[in-house]
Design a protein around this ligand. Sequence first.
Ligand SMILES: [Zn+2]
Ligand SMILES: [Zn+2]
Length: 353
Amino acid sequence: MITIHQWEMRSPREPLCLTERRIDSLSPGEALVRVAGCGLCHTDIGFYSGAVRTNHALPLTLGHEVSGVVERTGPGAEAWSGKAVIVPAILPCGDCAACRRGRYALCPSQVFPGNDVHGGFASHLVVPARFLCEVGEASGESLERLAVVADAVSTPYEAIRRSSLAEGDVAIFIGAGGVGGFGVQIASALGARVIAIDPDLERRRLALEHGAEMALDPQADDLSSLRKAIREHAAEHGLPSEEWKVFETSGTTAGQAIAFGLLARGSHLGVVGYTPEKVSISLSRLMALDARAEGNWGCAPGRYPEILQLIEQGRIDLEPYVERHPLSQINAVLADMMEHRLHRRAILVPDFS
Ligand SMILES: [Zn+2]
Ligand SMILES: [Zn+2]
């Protein structure tokens, strides 16, 4: 018998409740992961606020940005026993037609912890073991901090890889918070010349310290002024005036309008942020500019080792973008997140005695 302590969501906007869940045994291929840390994501706020429904009926334990240690395994997953792992936010089945084509995000049997099954705001969670990402001893990172790789780092990484970003390219991030801040670092690590756009002064300062060479305030400049400032900067520094890689990482309609408006000839727009709100754009600009737009649902499991390597090499620095809180404080941290009082990605660290 396994007892899991978890903070359950029973209904939207109600404080989460600490409950116990008992499991008799694990199914084939499953792993019981003892949670080291679980990041709090805007998607969790979407679920918590009631704006987005979870696939699994309530009550449900949220949390899909998890790192931890495999404590027990089901039949066939024994090799994972005792390993330190990151739990990717999207766990595909690996066997269906989509998975066999490498289109893991389209897997109809995918497991999204904290949405399809109980997630990481808990002492443990049970997930399919197959696509866990093993963390080597050499990472030099605290395991709890690596939780943010499961979504905040890996999702912009996938978007950047899909844009075919190359050394010397101009990469523009609209939104330099949890996700965009890591995007700035990743693009810079891959050799891009990075521009960050964010209304928050502290975020702009952090972006400039960690890979951006220019940071602009969208509240001080309208779209045409932003475009002019970037064009002038590009001309002054010998950067390309076309084929900019633009990433929408704010998840706001204002950010989406800016991202679309900054597309140049041959540009790529990576849609990373999510909002249920709609924005009015002239879609034909894609045609006129010979540009393209692409969204990505999470990150392919095979890319996680590349990301860990960038972290091990010190080319992505997690620490400036995260803050830790005891899991017992989750209701207070949720309230802070709802009220926009958090400046960094919150990692909830289990503190069950
Ligand atoms: Zn997320
Ligand atoms: Zn599949």
